[in-house]
Design a protein around this ligand. Structure first.
Ligand code: APR
Ligand code: PHB
Length: 394
């Protein structure tokens, strides 16, 4: 089979938020990229993901020139609510930190990034298979892959592994050179989308005797809800009615009383995991986003951590390619991991504070209640949570 030979400055594996945002920022700086995506664009855009953007993420999307729709359709949230049965504690992000977050679906961010990349004419190849990274530790790395039935070789200066948790990039780092840290939680989140008025004008993170629930939204007529379920549950085990009953049981009476229910237009179960791979660099290969780390959705950090990785890496690659200054790429892994571990801690802490663990004793349940009571009584505790939720500095 004949092989097509191509070249680019930065080869990007993965057409999700990490790959798209990195490519957009590099292209705007005059650096050429190629994005290689395993699935179709439709499949990428069909993924339902979290919808909370830190202020740093909004700034990066503005810098990438993709924030117009976000500004027009996104919703600024200056706080959120934590509850323990009928105890309701509002975390005043803006009052405590001077910052807010934006609620805007990740799917919309991905859509906006694809539109911007198309406008720049960036090569984005879908349905790419058999991708292999070669010579990552040499000065001339290259990829081989199959696309449209043809074997292709792509030579490049650098490779960005933006291919998520199940990608090939992390596996390219020899196992004996990787340190992996993981916590798999013994429960999942059953999530639904419904064309209903959101339960509250701000997000509600609910701890209760019935377990954890989250009341979120996409807009005034589209709600996003989650309830904690055992890992053994399947989506087909949950009727809409059973979902609404569990959600009601988790929410405070005042919220429950006005909850609008309706048919689920999307229903899925996501497992919860904390994961970090060190290092995030192997020669001229750099791991970005979910390829290097996974957080439980409790702290809404997944997309925001991918964005801070992109912040560090795009600056580093521009310096290296423009002036040969490799300080940034030499520091990338340590800089990214320093912020990742802080978000990892916050997400792990919130997950433990809000979820009931199978087989836990009564003391554990009391500790959760005491944590939420402490939050209600201590502005210092609320400020610490707010600082982490709105996003620590890049
Ligand atoms: N070759 C090409 N593409 C691949 C390969 C491969 N071998 N393996 C995976 N991919 C693609 C996936 O199909 C996916 O579209 O890489 C992309 C990775 O995208 P994400 O998983 O969305 O990861 P990332 O871009 O880092 O975004 C992180 O997305 O998963 C959420 O919660 C996460 O919000 C966070 C954000
Ligand atoms: C969501 O709206 O999907 C969402 C919001 C906050 C989270 C997780 C998910 O912590």
């Amino acid at each position: 089979m004949s092989q097509t030979h191509k070249r680019t400055q930065v080869a990007i594996i993965g057409g999700g938020p990490s790959g798209l945002l990195l490519s957009q920022l590099l292209n705007l700086a005059g650096i050429d990229t190629v994005i290689l995506e395993r699935t179709s664009r439709a499949r990428v855009l069909a993924r339902i993901r979290a919808g909370v953007l830190e202020s740093g993420t909004v700034d990066m999307l503005r810098a990438a020139g993709v924030a117009d729709r976000l500004v027009a359709e996104g919703h600024t949230h200056s706080g959120c609510v934590f509850t323990d049965d009928d105890l309701m504690v509002r975390i005043d992000f803006t009052g405590l930190t001077g910052k807010a977050v934006m609620v805007y679906g990740q799917t919309e961010v991905t859509h906006d990034l694809y539109a911007a990349q198309d406008e720049l004419g960036t090569p984005i190849l879908h349905e790419v298979s058999d991708l292999v990274i070669h010579e990552a530790t040499s000065s001339a790395p290259y990829l081989t892959y199959t696309h449209e039935g043809r074997a292709v070789r792509l030579d490049c200066d650098y490779v960005a592994g933006c291919d998520g948790f199940h990608g090939v990039s992390r596996q390219t780092i020899p196992a004996e050179r990787r340190s992996e840290f993981e916590r798999v939680y013994p429960f999942g989140w059953l999530g639904i989308l419904s064309r209903t008025r959101p339960a509250h004008d701000e997000l509600i993170y609910a701890n209760s005797g019935s377990g954890f629930a989250l009341a979120s939204m996409r807009n005034a007529n589209l709600s996003r809800y989650y309830v904690q379920v055992p890992l053994t549950d399947r989506v087909e085990d949950w009727s809409d009615e059973a979902f609404w009953d569990r959600l009601r049981a988790c929410l405070p009476q005042d919220i429950r009383a006005t909850l609008q229910t309706g048919p689920a237009i999307e229903k899925s179960i996501a497992p919860l995991r904390s994961f970090v791979c060190e290092p995030m660099r192997w020669g001229r290969l750099f791991l970005v986003g979910d390829a290097a780390h996974i957080v439980p959705p409790t702290g809404a950090k997944g997309l925001n951590l991918a964005v801070s990785d992109v912040f560090y890496l795009h600056q580093a690659l521009i310096s290296a390619l423009r002036s040969g200054d490799t300080t940034g790429i030499d520091r990338y892994s340590d800089r990214a991991l320093a912020r990742i571990w802080q978000a990892m801690r916050f997400s792990w802490q919130l997950t433990n504070m809000l979820h009931r663990f199978d087989g836990e004793d009564s003391f554990a349940a009391q500790m959760r209640k005491a944590s939420l009571m402490h939050l209600s009584q201590s502005e210092t505790a609320r400020r610490e949570l707010a600082e982490n939720y709105v996003g620590l500095p890049f």
